[in-house]
Design a protein around this ligand. Structure first.
Ligand SMILES: [Zn+2]
Length: 96
C-alpha cells in the first residue's frame, strides 16, 4: 500500500498505526495535516477498504459535498466504500 497518495492536489501521508483497540474505527483522516491513519492490526484487505473509506471522506471534503450530506456522511461513505474499493482495485491505470 502506498505511503503517500495525491488527492485533489494535496499529498496525503498514509500511516499504518496499531490502534490497539483504542478506537472503534479502523481509520481516521486529519485534513489539516493531510494525514490518513489506518489501523495496522486489521487484515490487509480490511486496511485497503479502510483506505478507500478515508479517501471518500477526503473527496467529500475537498469537493464541498460534505456540506450537502452533513450528518449522513458516515452512512454515505460506508455505503460506497466497497464499490469504490472494487473500482480502485480493478482500474489502476484506466487513463493510460
Ligand atoms: Zn468514516
Amino acid at each position: 500500500m502506498k505511503k503517500q497518495i495525491n488527492i485533489c492536489n494535496h499529498k496525503y501521508k498514509v500511516l499504518h498505526i496499531n490502534f490497539e483497540g483504542l478506537s472503534e474505527n479502523f481509520g481516521s483522516t486529519l485534513s489539516t495535516t493531510t494525514t490518513i491513519s489506518i489501523d495496522s492490526s486489521i487484515t490487509k484487505s480490511k486496511q485497503e477498504v479502510t483506505l478507500a473509506h478515508e479517501i471518500l471522506h477526503v473527496l467529500l471534503e475537498e469537493s464541498g459535498a460534505r456540506e450537502l450530506v452533513n450528518e449522513n456522511e458516515e452512512l454515505l461513505v460506508m455505503i460506497m466504500e466497497n464499490t469504490f474499493y472494487d473500482f480502485l482495485k480493478q482500474n489502476t491505470n484506466f487513463y493510460d
